[in-house]
Design a protein around this ligand. Structure first.
Ligand SMILES: Cc1cc2nc3c(=O)[nH]c(=O)nc-3n(C[C@H](O)[C@H](O)[C@H](O)COP(=O)(O)OP(=O)(O)OC[C@H]3O[C@@H](n4cnc5c(N)ncnc54)[C@H](O)[C@@H]3O)c2cc1C
Ligand SMILES: Cc1cc2nc3c(=O)[nH]c(=O)nc-3n(C[C@H](O)[C@H](O)[C@H](O)COP(=O)(O)O)c2cc1C
Length: 644
């Protein structure tokens, strides 16, 4: 069910520093003739798709002769916005209709009531949103930003586009660009040329290095690729984030499933010293390493040596191009740590590959696969069959892409996110996650081993892993000195959906021991609904949960076993079995949390919740029930931490 984006812009999470609104500079905006004629392409991304899309726009701008610059929203001073010449936003939505980390500050600035009407006086803009229709707040960020840019007096040159990552994201983007360019070119007075058929335009030059360069300290200066300086906080300490992850040491890696399980789920613990800070409910971002056998096979297919030492140097020096440059490193390291070689290649990659063959059949097949019209064929051959770049190259043996280009047009390996399963208060200097190992056989009979979960499952104590914290809205109820009673808590988390609740329980225990008063916790209730296959196979953290039950931190523990009885029982069924109690707690202000699978579980849990509210709240009308849920969401009493 899609609902309009949440009307209220959330307050910034604790400890977030927002750019303080500065006074609006006086400007003459009756036209934009005096502005520097650079089209700015802003991206808001969490897993790099919007960034990749920005570079597609950048290349098309170059082909059209439009000066442009790709800008990461995190690096942008929004007070400059009104001075721009033309702005294009490519923004994805994450969390529960939230902006991405790199767009958060800009989003808060833009949507703040302090921005005066007319601020953007005629600033030409257009927006493309990246989202996924299976999430409730579809493309919420793009919708809010598009409206706000208009409300502040910007001039919408072309209508907002929206891409659905559950189905046709790339096609949606291609379709939007096809219609957008004629309008934008006309506005800019630029001749419209086809942006489709031209050759790949590299942004980087590949510099091959000799082994002597390897240990040279000033290698970056020598090859003219500026080294990015890490950000420092007010105490001059390095800020670790998605662009500058912290190398944490593994301190534990143990199996959580029983010996009868045919799957594996790992409890991983990292030493973070005093370098990273998190709150129970946050996410851990992890940069994984690709499978070495796959990397060697790919190097062989590309006819290059993994030992080749190289660096990618930007041809021009635009900001985000510099950030995207990499090396010096060996080709092996680049394929292991930097490039996404397992996700099905996008159409843009197939289109580029078609340039590197003289075999007319292969060329035309690749061009067709990449076309807007051949969506069904692309979906079947690439997406449904989960083909990797290596499988595509094997299917088209005449294609010989130069290594310098492939390093540039393959997407970067995105970080994976895990719900933190610990509390920093309870376990100082430590962070833990609970990761189920993903693997499956693809329709082409390739055994796919999930990149990050498989790599992590083999980590040894003492290994180092690049990690960073991602703040979330998934938070325990706020309890202050004046709070009379800790509100009731209902947690629903089957499988690894239990992860953040382990963190919550640790935090609750810590707070009960140190912060909350006896009166505040007296008769306070905490219900946990957990689900797994059976008691002996995959009951995660069973002993710990039973101890929490014993000590009264959990007042009711309900476990749904899906394979113990003839009839499968899931958490949504358990909720209904205990509907009277659930309603009683909801009525007395309970906070309701759901974590885990977004596609099925979270929706079915919501259905159970809706039916409980309908029955006990004496609400006949579905819209009244929805209103009840909306009110819970607005007051942060119904929170979800869900993923596919
Ligand atoms: C906010 C957030 C929190 C998360 N928290 C946790 C957590 O606490 N614990 C946890 O274990 N995971 C969690 N995840 C999932 C985690 O981030 C990874 O997605 C997961 O570990 C798989 O990553 P991978 O690199 O091992 O697999 P990848 O190599 O990325 O493979 C997974 C891909 O394969 C696809 N796929 C999976 N099964 C099949 C199949 N049978 N057929 C075809 N395609 C398939 C998936 O759709 C996915 O695109 C979370 C995700 C998010 C976004
Ligand atoms: C944890 C998570 C939460 C998401 N939440 C939403 C959402 O609320 N609304 C939406 O439209 N899309 C949502 N998405 C889908 C992403 O916006 C979509 O996959 C997009 O293509 C990602 O772009 P990026 O790689 O640039 O971050 C979510 C994706 C994830 C992984």
């Amino acid at each position: 069910m899609n609902r309009p984006p949440p009307p209220v812009v959330r307050p910034p999470p604790k400890d977030t520093t927002i750019n303080k609104p500065k006074p609006v500079k006086s400007q003459n905006h009756s036209n934009n003739a005096n502005r520097e004629k650079i089209l700015k392409i802003f991206f808001g991304t969490q897993t790099r798709t919007a960034e990749d899309f920005s570079h597609i726009i950048e290349k098309e701008c170059k082909k059209l002769g439009i000066s442009c610059e790709v800008v990461d929203l995190v690096d942008y001073d929004p007070e400059e916005l009104a001075n721009e010449y033309f702005v294009m936003f490519l923004v994805s939505t994450h969390g529960e209709g939230d902006p991405t980390d790199n767009a958060k500050d800009f989003y808060l600035w833009l949507t703040s009531d302090e921005r005066p009407n007319g601020l953007l006086n005629n600033l030409p803009f257009t927006v493309f949103g990246l989202g996924n229709k299976t999430y409730e707040h579809y493309n919420a960020v793009a919708r809010v930003m598009d409206k706000k840019l208009g409300d502040l007096g910007g001039k919408r040159i072309f209508e907002r586009g929206e891409g659905d990552d559950d189905a046709t994201l790339e096609e949606d983007f291609i379709h939007w660009r096809k219609r957008m360019w004629p309008v934008v070119c006309e506005h800019l007075g630029v001749e419209l040329k086809s942006t489709e058929d031209d050759k790949f335009v590299p942004r980087f030059r590949m510099v091959k290095l000799t082994p002597e360069h390897k240990d040279s300290e000033n290698i970056h200066t020598k090859i003219n690729a500026p080294l990015l300086k890490p950000k420092l906080n007010n105490d001059n300490k390095v800020i670790y984030d998605i662009k500058n992850p912290y190398m944490a040491t593994v301190t534990a890696n143990r199996e959580l499933h029983g010996k009868d399980s045919d799957r594996s789920c790992k409890h991983l613990e990292f030493d973070i010293g005093k370098n990273l800070h998190y709150t129970a409910g946050d996410h851990l971002g992890i940069y994984p390493v690709n499978d070495s056998l796959l990397v060697e096979a790919l190097l062989q297919r590309l006819e290059v040596s993994g030992d080749t030492l190289f660096a990618m140097v930007p041809i021009d020096k635009a900001g985000s191009v510099i950030e995207a440059s990499f090396g010096p490193m060996t080709l092996r390291k680049a394929f292991l740590e930097q490039l996404d070689i397992t996700n099905p290649p996008r159409k843009a990659v197939l289109r580029t590959l078609s340039e590197y063959t003289n075999d007319q059949k292969h060329k035309s097949d690749l061009i067709r696969l990449a076309s807007e019209e051949a969506s069904e064929e692309y979906n079947q051959f690439i997406k449904h069959d989960c083909r990797t770049i290596l499988e595509v190259l094997e299917a088209f043996p005449s294609v010989k892409p130069p290594i310098s280009h492939i390093l540039e047009f393959l997407p970067r390996l995105p970080a994976r996110y895990y719900s933190i399963s610990s509390s920093l208060n309870k376990s100082p200097e430590r962070v833990t996650i609970t990761s189920v190992v993903v693997n499956f056989t693809t329709p082409t009979q390739r055994f796919h081993q999930g990149v990050c979960s498989t790599w992590m499952s083999n980590l040894k104590v003492g290994d180092q892993v690049p990690i960073f914290i991602r703040e979330s809205h998934f938070r325990l109820p706020t309890v202050t000195e004046t709070t009379v009673k800790v509100p009731p808590i209902i947690m629903v988390g089957p499988g690894t959906g239990l992860a953040p609740f382990r963190g919550f329980l640790q935090e609750l225990q810590f707070k009960r021991e140190t912060v909350y008063t006896k009166e505040q916790t007296e008769s306070s209730e905490t219900m946990l609904f957990f689900g797994c296959r059976s008691d002996t196979v995959d009951y995660l953290y069973k002993e710990e949960l039973l101890e929490y039950k014993e000590s009264g931190i959990i007042t009711e523990l309900h476990v749904a076993f899906s394979r113990e009885t003839k009839e499968k029982v899931y958490v949504q069924n358990k909720l209904l079995q205990h509907k009277e109690k659930v309603w009683k707690l909801l009525e007395s202000g309970a906070h309701f949390y759901v974590c885990g699978d977004a596609r099925n579980m979270a929706k079915q849990v919501q259905q159970s919740l809706l039916s409980i509210i309908k029955e006990y709240g004496n609400l006949n009308d579905d819209s009244e029930v929805q209103q009840f849920i909306d009110n819970m969401q607005k007051s942060n009493r119904y929170l979800q931490d869900v993923w596919f």
